[in-house]
Design a protein around this ligand. Sequence first.
Ligand code: GLU
Length: 279
Amino acid sequence: MGDVTRFAPSPTGYLHLGHAASAIFAARSAGGDGRFLLRVEDIDQTRARPEYIEAIYHDLAWLGLTWEMPVRVQSAHFNDYQAVLDRLTDRDLLYPCFCTRKDIQAEIARIGNAPHGPDGALYPGTCRHLSAAECHDRIAAGESYALRLDMGRAMTQAGRRLYWHDRAAGRQVATPEIFGDVVLARKDTPTSYHVSVTLDDHLQEISLVTRGEDLFFASHLHRLLQELLGYAVPEYHHHKLLTGPDGKRFAKRDKSETLQSMRKAGVSVADVLARIGSF
Ligand code: GLU
């Protein structure tokens, strides 16, 4: 049996060669008898744009990829992500955090030295112990807040050491505590990458999550969420990131290297595949 894999771009810019490499990697990893899915990760409605979604379909078809229909477009499923957040709230695992970025920086400066995780300094826990009454009043007064995972409680509820298997890096002990009390939802984006990707990989029965090694650490957190939510654990394959001739990885800001611009300039698919190489 082949694997069920997915390519899950965020439509916040045009795809570049690095995306092409990642999409082809995912499609090839499914193998002949596997299934390859495409998912549009557009939860950030301030940055996602319809023309980028259209370009994703166009660019991937141009590369010769085919995927199952219908495509899951995350912005159509905010209710599903809310239901996950509600489950975590019911278990007392989330708390509202009213801190601004400035508040957090000030608190970190005050305490002197904050441990760092994959996304920078860990949240110092300022709002973790606010009373329910205070939270209620501040929310009722319209104050903006994010929902954070109480990592200590979450680890206690998980109750055992967690593992996941990476096809490139081998068996991993999950260490989600490196994220501290991570934000799982915000006012303007009422979910997060971590919640939506974990739920969707579960709902879509993804057996092999392939993605770039820049997202390696996120898998530690996703493994914890899977445990808390009772989901099956997929395997992972974090692949190397394709780099340009200058040794730098491709980024959405490098407008000249988009697949769309190559397509329009008459670059052949064979040339694109050659640039990606064996990867
Ligand atoms: N949407 C994410 C991105 O474009 C990738 C998500 C994933 O593969 O887990 O970076």
